[in-house]
Design a protein around this ligand. Sequence first.
Ligand SMILES: Nc1ncnc2c1ncn2[C@@H]1O[C@H](COP(=O)(O)OP(=O)(O)O)[C@@H](O)[C@H]1O
Ligand SMILES: [Mg+2]
Length: 235
Amino acid sequence: MKSVVAPVKNVAATQIAFETLLQRSMGVPGIGLIHGPTGTGKTTATTYLYNQVNGVYVSARAHDTTISLTSRIVEELGAPPMYRISKCVDYIIEQMSMFERPLFIDEADYLMNDTRMLETVRDIYDGTEIPIILIGMDQIARRISTRKQFYNRISEWVEFRPADLEDVVTMADYLLDDGIKVDEELLDNLRMSSSGELRRITIGLSKIESLALANDLEIVTLDDWGDQPFHGLRG
Ligand SMILES: Nc1ncnc2c1ncn2[C@@H]1O[C@H](COP(=O)(O)OP(=O)(O)O)[C@@H](O)[C@H]1O
Ligand SMILES: [Mg+2]
């Protein structure tokens, strides 16, 4: 398997939303929200993006507080520890503004229970007006809509959806070793049995690739695969 990011629809939607944030008109707020179920490729898509745009990326954690989160952003920016929230926030605002570095906060669900953390992210946005992208799971969109001050600053929403057949074909084209093809019928089976989750599709594709290599197959069909599971135990 190749270790590349396949340009599936969710990846394209993320890029477009980010471009829209960058090019927004005066007065349009610049916070973006990416949300969707686990395994749909949110972290992969945003990691790919922030590397291209010199972004700053942090992943929130269950026990984060305002100081631990802002300290990690400061660390990501390459500065020594600062110990005070106000110092951290000032530094983050200065760096993001000076170098036009957008901020990506993954696992942002962990911010939702903590008003102070949300307000701090809002302060960072208001102090820079540089795009901030929050990445979270299913419930984040609903939960954030009750935080009006924050909600009103979001202008781009991307909902990550399960892969469709075209996405699975794209994944196969990009990830499988050269010379290995998979029949669409088998790919559609993989899509259904993985509920369109890219994480499980990746595991299934690697198993299909092993089968192709072991049996010297150029194209793997549903018949070649049989009824073995793609992932985990037989149901
Ligand atoms: N666009 C993609 N191209 C290739 N592999 C991908 C892609 N998106 C996801 N994957 C695979 O699926 C796994 C899970 O994706 P991840 O980005 O962690 O999902 P999420 O953050 O939504 O839970 C990744 O580790 C990677 O192996
Ligand atoms: Mg993730």
